[in-house]
Design a protein around this ligand. Structure first.
Ligand code: V47
Length: 466
């Protein structure tokens, strides 16, 4: 049994540096992780329950170094929340407002254009755009927003990537465009994504996933789409060649096992995406491990409806998918010559209670955040990237996370309305120098990336991908 969600964090064992290397159960997990074998949910529980949190971080760091060496990524980006008016009232959310509420806002196209111009003038490679489920905006607003930003970028000679709309918004848009059919959900989603892609959409962010569990869903975000629809959106996006991210919002009423099931569902969805790109599963686990894993994940596979071979990127010699690259010779075929259409990054999001309906709960502690990020790196063996989103984790904590499995800390951000650390304002900007210094101090080489993790070559505000 996991501790009651309202119990104070002191109910958990206190890990100390002295525990380093003292849990022999971690040896077997280290061997599996470093040889590219998939960890089981029981392994995940051991990683959560061991007092040796530093041992967990050390394994995650070894895997991260195998994939990315001593490189750590950041980007120059700008977030835009086009509206905080939302039809939903999720209990964990402090962002949403109802029409007419104090602080409710919706950007018109002029202000969207102004934000795009500022982003481009400042050399941003990405605009990250999300909002509430706005019931009063027409469908046309959304492709127009994409076209407006794309045209401004084109005129300025910028390859800006528009990373926009969570899966939850995409389903909402299918409904307001009157393309949503219960009998064929994917058709409406496909129509919306294709229209938005044609208008300039470049990728999807990972929000809205929360925790893939019906109990958590029904208690905290009942009116939001469930995991099956969230997965549908990402599946269709991948089929259309769009890269996407995924999140997990943890540390509220969720239990640790539910987080692991969430990760299991995500890695199965990624198995499916990678199989489409020509990767093949190579089973290196012994028979007993396979049998136990099949047993414990059978029901999850049934829930998620995903069948694909186990594909890990942590096996020796397996290339990371790289957009624009030719398919690696070690891949079975060349279904997608541009190698796009997969999950790039997992972003663990710690719950911030302040201002939400769940304000009475404790958010996760710093060590729980470190541990969850390290476990995400180890369980999600087929996600190339793990992001410590400094806005939610703080820059200081993101430095620790770089040593515990993360290879990315996000970017300059500028404005962020969804959560505010320590009551700070929504102006949460940092400089490139701050990001680079934080990364160097953590012992890594800072590399500026674009949305698709290509290296950026920059001269002041002008840039191109290498
Ligand atoms: O979808 C809402 C979460 C998400 C709270 O893809 C909360 O690169 C914590 O998805 N406490 C939005 N989290 C953020 C997001 C994201 C951020 C950075 C990078 C990327 C990416 C994606 O924030 C929402 C929701 O899951 N959220 N309320 C809260 N009180």
């Amino acid at each position: 049994m996991t501790a009651s969600p309202t119990a104070p964090p002191t109910a958990l064992p206190t890990p100390t540096a002295r525990s380093l290397g003292t849990d022999p159960r971690l040896d077997a997990i280290r061997d599996k992780a470093l040889s590219g074998q998939r960890l089981s949910l029981d392994d995940g529980m051991t990683l959560y329950e061991t007092p040796d949190v530093w041992g967990v971080c050390e394994i995650a760091d070894a895997v991260r170094r195998k994939l990315h060496g001593d490189v750590a990524y950041f980007n120059i980006n700008r977030h835009l929340n086009y509206s905080n008016v939302c039809a939903l009232s999720c209990k964990f959310c402090e962002f949403f407002r109802k029409k007419g509420d104090e602080g409710a806002y919706t950007h018109d196209m002029e202000s969207v254009a102004a934000e795009a111009r500022k982003a481009i003038e400042n050399g941003a490679t990405e605009m990250h755009i999300v909002g509430g489920l706005q019931p009063y905006l027409p469908w046309d607003y959304y492709p127009e927003m994409m076209r407006t930003i794309r045209d401004i970028a084109r005129d300025a000679g910028s390859q800006l990537n528009i990373k926009a709309f969570t899966a939850v918004e995409i389903v909402h848009l299918a409904k307001i465009a009157k393309k949503y059919k219960k009998s064929d959900r994917q058709a409406g989603i496909r129509w919306v994504l294709q229209e938005l892609k044609d208008a300039g959409l470049g990728s999807l962010p990972g929000g809205g996933a929360e925790v893939f569990d019906d109990r958590v869903h029904d208690e905290t975000h009942r009116s939001k789409i469930r995991s099956d629809e969230w997965l549908d959106v990402h599946l269709v996006a991948h089929e259309l060649g769009l890269n996407t991210n995924a999140t997990i919002l943890y540390g509220h009423i969720d239990q640790r096992r539910e987080r692991l099931v969430h990760m299991e569902i995500l890695r199965r969805a990624q198995d499916q995406a990678l199989e489409r790109l020509g990767y093949t599963g190579e089973e290196t686990a012994d028979e007993e491990t396979k049998r136990r894993r099949d047993e414990e994940t059978e029901s999850i596979a049934a829930i998620a409806g995903i069948t694909a071979p186990v594909i890990t990127l942590t096996r020796p010699g397996v290339p990371l998918p790289t957009p624009g690259a030719s398919p690696a010779s070690s891949l079975r075929n060349s279904v997608s010559p541009s190698l796009s259409g997969y999950f790039q990054t997992i972003i663990p999001l710690p719950f911030f209670p302040d201002g939400s309906e769940l304000e009475h709960l404790y958010g996760p502690s710093g060590l729980e955040n470190l541990r969850t990020l390290a476990i995400a790196r180890l369980m999600l063996d087929n996600f190339p990237h793990v992001k410590a989103f400094w806005i939610m984790q703080t820059l200081a904590m993101a430095q620790h996370m770089l040593q515990c499995g993360a290879d990315d800390i996000d970017g300059t951000v500028v404005w962020y309305d969804i959560t505010k650390v320590g009551g700070s304002s929504t102006h949460q900007e940092t400089t490139v120098l701050d990001l680079q210094r934080a990364i160097r101090e953590a012992g890594f080489e800072p590399v500026e990336r674009d949305t698709l993790y290509r290296r950026v070559e920059r001269e002041g505000k002008s840039w191109r991908v290498g």
